[in-house]
Design a protein around this ligand. Structure first.
Ligand code: HEM
Length: 457
């Protein structure tokens, strides 16, 4: 009896371990393993992270197949191929973000559309968050709220992770709705945070799950935004609002659903990226005093040119050469974005390998950030390398993506982190409380917070 049970278990084990290999077998696929039914290799991928990628590359080469995050996937660590994929969306290589993300971010979210719909939404987005808007409209508001946010940190122990999270949301939100800020901010943030967590969870829609809470968060966010839109539409033309919501509503190019999804897109895309980058800048500057001194000098030079309390303007921002280098080096070394997801809309052959219709492509950009040829001594925090402007425009520098989906919030993101640094390093010095871990994968975060003691300079 025991022997036959054991044999049955062995048979079942071997059957299940082969299931994915058989189901997804196609001629021309790259090498690789497909893992277990349904789960694939997700567990190893999340547990080992970059080491999983390295191990598979050693075994199977820079392009390999796997089954992660619920889909059969081709992983590409080849810089040339990665660039080709990002530049050739029109050949059937559309965004392939997980279902939970698309469901919760909305059907009119920019990551959910492609072709002419994408062009249309992107044009509307660029008109509110593009570099010329940062210059003319957004920077003064970033300055105002950044100062407010950083005004009372003296002699306090703060969790930089939490403070940067609050800062990124505050800056994003005030750009979108300034007039109603104080009355809705706290309630809106709670619901929006549920939406964000839900978008990054497994799509199991049962009470108690993050996905379920994410939907509820979205429902409440939509309710609040709908009320605001109605109020704005009903307001007399003499009532002036000067924020992104007003621009979107008055522009008239988008219907209410589209306005709502655009607002969610803007808030979502600039939230974790800006917040994580800011936290990591603080960490790297703490560990690299020479870089901190040079950065401080750059910002004191700006302050010397200005009157007390005078805001940072576009010319100041453009003069922050070293600060930009610090931000780019932080994005590279911390690898705030590990990779981008695409999906094949038809069978495609790339580099001699078949990518079957419906499969995901993980454009894994992390490794290129540590390429010793592009970045000598890649594990060293060396912002000075970015003073050579050619590095930022190098074909393989994909910190902000590439092709038709190159981040439209790039300047806004860098300007926000730069303004944060301006007020932080000219007002305060700080020391670490110590001993806190920062994990790098699947997202950069300090699980128990990152605490520092702050003192006025
Ligand atoms: C340090 C900050 C940031 C980083 C590292 C970053 C990075 C990226 C990357 C890598 C992409 C490409 C995604 C893809 O191809 O699938 C992207 C797209 C995007 N980003 Fe950013 N981003 C940052 C800040 C922002 C900010 C502040 C906003 C808006 C307020 C923003 C809005 C967007 C949007 C809307 C897209 C989608 C564009 C499209 O699909 O056409 N980002 N970002």
């Amino acid at each position: 009896m025991a022997v036959s049970l054991l044999l049955m278990a062995l048979f079942l084990f071997s059957f299940l371990s082969k299931w994915n290999e058989i189901t997804f077998q196609r001629k021309g696929l790259p090498l690789g393993t497909m893992g277990w039914p349904f789960f694939g290799e997700t567990n190893e991928f999340l547990k080992l992270g970059p080491n999983f990628m390295k191990r598979q590359t050693i075994r199977y080469g820079r392009i390999f197949k796997s089954h992660i995050l619920g889909s059969p996937t081709i992983v590409s660590m080849d810089p040339e191929l990665n660039r080709y994929i990002l530049l050739n969306e029109a050949k059937g290589l559309i965004p392939g973000y997980p279902k939970s993300m698309l469901d919760i971010l909305g059907q009119r979210n920019i990551a959910a559309v492609y072709g002419s719909q994408h062009k249309f939404l992107r044009k509307s987005l660029m008109s509110i968050i593009g570099a010329s808007m940062v210059k003319d409209r957004l920077l003064p508001r970033i300055d105002k709220y950044m100062r407010l946010h950083l005004s009372n940190w003296d002699a306090m122990v703060i969790d930089v992770q939490q403070k940067c999270n609050d800062m990124a949301f505050l800056i994003g939100f005030t750009q979108i709705v300034e007039a109603e800020l104080s009355s809705i901010y706290d309630g809106f943030k709670v619901e929006f945070d549920k939406l964000v967590t839900g978008s990054l969870s497994l799509p199991i829609n049962l009470p108690g799950t993050s996905y379920y809470r994410g939907f509820k968060g979205r429902e409440n966010v939509v309710k609040i935004l709908r009320r605001l839109i109605e109020k704005r539409r009903a307001a007399s033309p003499a009532t002036t609002y000067d924020d992104m919501l007003e621009h979107l509503v008055r522009d008239g190019a988008l219907n209410d659903e589209e306005v709502i999804d655009q607002v969610i897109t803007i808030l979502y895309s600039g939230y974790e990226t800006v917040s994580t980058t800011s936290m990591m800048v603080v960490k790297y500057l703490h560990d690299n005093q020479q870089a901190l001194e040079e950065l401080r000098e750059e910002h004191f030079a700006i302050r010397r040119r200005k009157g007390a309390g005078e805001p940072v303007d576009w010319a100041d921002y453009k003069s922050m050469r070293f600060t930009r280098a610090v931000v780019l080096e932080t994005l590279r070394l911390a690898t705030v974005i590990n990779g981008l997801l695409r999906k094949a809309t038809q069978d495609i052959v790339l580099n001699g390998f078949l990518i079957p219709k419906g499969w995901k492509i993980y454009v894994y950009t992390r490794e290129i950030n540590y390429d010793p040829i592009l970045y000598p001594e890649p594990l060293k925090f060396n912002p000075w390398r970015w003073l050579d402007k050619k590095l930022e425009s190098h074909n393989h520098c994909l910190l902000f993506g590439g092709g038709g989906r190159l981040c439209p919030g790039k300047e806004l993101g860098i300007a926000t982190v730069s303004t944060f640094l301006h007020y932080f390093v000219t007002t305060y010095r700080w020391e670490e409380i110590g001993g806190e871990k920062i994990v790098e994968f699947p997202r950069v975060e300090a699980p128990n917070g990152y605490h520092i003691r702050v003192l006025k300079l």
